[in-house]
Design a protein around this ligand. Structure first.
Ligand code: UT7
Length: 348
């Protein structure tokens, strides 16, 4: 099997930037608590007319520009997201329309929460090597990690809402005979550790919309009590300490897995790019493995936890800082709701 390589990266984040202290107008929190417990200093959140779909399309446009390719060369579009704007169509199809990527190619979304980008790379590797997806003239895949977590945040509840941010980043990927690629993904079904419920709008018994009561007589509606439970659980809920323990465990085990698959030790790898959830998770594993801080690229200080967007946002920032020179080798590790996790080895 051939490997895959990333030949272009682009990102787009919302204009509104909230510093930790800005959150104090909504909840009882402090810059000191957020910074010392998580390493986060700011996050970007969609406001006004900004939408996730537009951010994702802009990230895609910039990634194509960075790769020096035209939309006509894209043969596959995958969006990794758990906060898509539309139940249908997929964000991938919406981006295809906005970014002017011609039809006749597969485009779809995947939801593996914060591990979505690693899952996406694994899919692209398998699909492109199978030979049935991309025609020679459309040999590039577009993989986007994009999230608008702010849709699910309850700003009256401080333990979760301070952690997350919005953003999108995209990678142009193609098969390579020279660059090696290894990947491992996994999941362990758990609905309680990290979740947000969703419901069809016609199932809610009574909705006030523009002063009118709507869908009151829909026979498909759920009970009043289930509806209020779903409405309450529509906000992101997390058992922080359980997820913390899980994250530390899988981060360490995926580093081991990537060392075994690539034959390169963590000491010798150039960078380890982890899902940006909490600097204490990364520090814990880094100290356990006696690895230097410089090996772990971090940008969560600026964006907070952006779920499926966090690994590509980190790669796009590394590209902007000139860190992705030819020959650079990286382990990426994602972990999140599902619970899902995964690691991959990339060569630039
Ligand atoms: O993206 C998916 C992966 N996600 C993760 O990996 C997240 C993993 N979990 C974590 O990063 C941490 O568990 C958190 C950062 C979410 C929480 O840190 P913690 O050290 O586990 O704090 P805690 O929830 O145990 O709360 C400690 C205290 C509590 O007060 P008391 O009961 O000790 O008086 C909380 O009420 O901190 C309080 N607290 C806050 N105080 C100020 C919780 N949130 C806040 C806040 N500001 N925003």
């Amino acid at each position: 099997m051939n490997g895959i390589e990333i030949i272009g990266l682009g990102k787009a984040v919302p204009k509104t930037r909230l510093k930790n202290d800005d959150l104090r107008q909504y909840m009882d929190t402090s810059d000191e608590w957020i910074r010392s417990r998580t390493g986060i200093e700011a996050r970007h959140l969609c406001t006004g007319e900004e939408s996730l779909t537009d951010l994702a399309a802009e990230a895609a446009r910039r990634a194509m520009e960075n790769a020096g390719i035209a939309p006509e060369e894209i043969g596959l579009v995958i969006c990794a997201t758990c906060t898509t704007d539309y139940m249908v169509p997929s964000m991938a199809c919406a981006v295809q329309e906005i970014a002017g990527i011609p039809g006749g190619i597969p485009a779809f979304d995947i939801n593996a929460a914060c591990s979505g980008f690693v899952y996406g790379l694994q899919l692209i590797h398998s699909l492109m090597n199978a030979g049935s997806i991309c025609r020679p003239e459309r040999s590039c895949a577009l993989l986007i990690g994009g999230e608008q977590l702010s849709k699910m945040l309850d700003f009256s509840e401080r333990s979760v809402s301070v952690l997350f941010g919005d953003g999108a980043a995209a990678a142009i990927v193609r098969v390579s005979a020279e660059k090696r690629f290894f990947c491992h993904t996994a999941a362990e079904g758990d609905r309680g550790a990290l979740y947000a419920h969703t419901v069809g709008r016609n199932q809610i018994p009574m909705l006030e919309f523009e002063g009118k009561k709507t869908v009151s007589e829909n026979p498909l509606r759920v009970s009043e009590s289930l509806a209020s439970e779903i409405m309450r659980d529509g906000y992101l809920k997390m058992d922080g300490q359980k997820v913390f323990r899980f994250a530390v465990h899988v981060l360490a085990s995926e580093i081991d897995e990537m060392e075994a698959q690539s034959g390169i030790s963590a000491e010798d790898i150039d960078y380890i790019v982890c899902h940006q959830a909490n600097c204490r998770i990364i520090d814990y594993v880094r100290k356990q493995r006696k690895l230097p801080a410089e090996k772990f690229f971090m940008n969560l200080r600026e964006y907070g936890n952006t779920s499926g967007a966090s690994i590509p946002l980190a790669l796009a920032d590394m590209k902007d800082r000139g860190m992705l020179k030819p020959g650079i080798r990286i382990f990426c590790v994602g972990f999140g709701a599902g619970l899902t996790w995964g690691g991959c080895y990339l060569e630039f």
